[in-house]
Design a protein around this ligand. Structure first.
Ligand code: HEC
Length: 115
């Protein structure tokens, strides 16, 4: 994990440290993430995660898993405020977040770097 990038940002370390610690424990299960995504998230962010049903819904396909996981943890904690995403993020476990984030990172999208 790119932990070193986060170290100069002490304000973030508590929440993010927790998220990353959980995220590092086991390999992510992308299929499990895909199931949650298509059931609970695709209606707004798009079936392919890059064709959102409204321009205010961000593209998620190809985004870094760390970024997505941190965003979801911050919606849960209230550090990032959005009524819609707070309600959707709340019931997710850390493992769900890890799996969804890994799945989304694996998708091709306009946010991807060619790897
Ligand atoms: C009802 C529509 C809707 C649904 C369903 C929805 N989202 Fe969102 N999502 C949004 C909106 C709107 C935003 C932008 C919120 C903001 O301004 O912070 C967002 C933002 C996000 C972000 C932050 C993206 C970024 O680039 O910062 C992530 C990650 C995310 N959603 C993941 C999910 C996941 C995972 C699910 C399913 C569990 C989900 N969303 C379901 C509407 C939705």
């Amino acid at each position: 994990m790119r932990k070193s990038l986060l170290q100069p940002l002490p304000k973030f370390t508590a929440a993010i440290g927790l998220a990353l610690a959980a995220v590092n424990v086991q390999a992510a299960d992308r299929d499990a993430g895909a199931k949650i995504y298509s059931a609970q998230c695709a209606s707004c962010h798009g079936a392919d995660a890059k064709s959102p049903t409204d321009p205010s819904y961000p593209i998620l396909a190809g985004q870094y898993a760390d970024y997505l996981a941190i965003a979801l943890v911050k919606y849960q904690s209230g550090e990032r405020r959005n009524a819609i995403m707070a309600a959707l993020a709340k019931p997710l476990s850390r493992r769900d977040i890890q799996n969804i984030s890994a799945y989304l990172q694996s998708l091709d999208g306009p946010l991807s770097h060619r790897r």
